[in-house]
Design a protein around this ligand. Structure first.
Ligand SMILES: [Zn+2]
Length: 189
């Protein structure tokens, strides 16, 4: 190996080993070489820049399971983009690899006693559990389709209601009840 490159975008600067959070059920190699750009955006969903991630059309074919898992999670966050959805459709993963990818979606701290039921808990972008009545703030501008306005980053939404989907909550913005993706929310404490 002469030069180390980022396994997601092939950049060669500031490349370091990144450890993908493991679950008890998986035993895949869980490290990937990532550049600082990829690493920062993976660690902070709010800084995710869709343009950077077109590189995934090559890296989803990686032999490294950790790279596939990172690609899958990133594409999930970008799945409102049609090209990202297309790549997700192409990204074939075996069941146990897919389970790993899903299990680690936005769980920053594994130290919490979440147990096996963690998949049923609604969490914000930092992995903090959300319950009915919580207040959250938006971590990015959200276009509210159908209502014709954009909910600005930083907007506080009070008294949210959980839904049957742990990735979605309901809340009132501008007097309109809308469905919000939890990946774009941060709990206000
Ligand atoms: Zn990179």
């Amino acid at each position: 190996m002469t030069q180390t490159h980022c396994e997601l975008c092939s950049a060669t600067s500031a490349v370091a080993t990144y450890e993908v959070s493991q679950t008890a059920q998986t035993s895949f190699p869980n490290t990937a070489m990532l550049c600082s750009t990829c690493r920062e955006q993976i660690e902070d969903a709010a800084s995710l820049k869709a343009n950077h991630w077109h590189c995934l059309n090559e890296s989803i074919w990686s032999e490294n399971p950790a790279v596939k898992v990172l690609a899958w999670r990133t594409l999930k966050l970008l799945s409102s983009e049609s090209w990202a959805q297309d790549l997700l459709d192409q990204l074939y993963m075996e069941d146990d690899l897919l389970a790993w990818a899903k299990s680690g979606e936005r769980t920053a701290e594994s130290s919490k006693n979440s147990g096996d039921a963690s998949g049923d808990i609604t969490k914000d972008s930092n992995g903090t559990a959300l319950v009915d009545g919580d207040a959250v703030s938006l971590i990015k501008d959200l276009e509210v389709k159908g209502a014709g306005f954009t909910a600005k980053r930083g907007t506080v939404v009070k008294k949210i209601t959980l839904t049957s989907d742990t990735g979605l909550v309901e809340g009132k913005v501008n007097g309109t009840t809308i469905v919000l993706k939890t990946m774009f929310l941060k709990k206000v404490v």
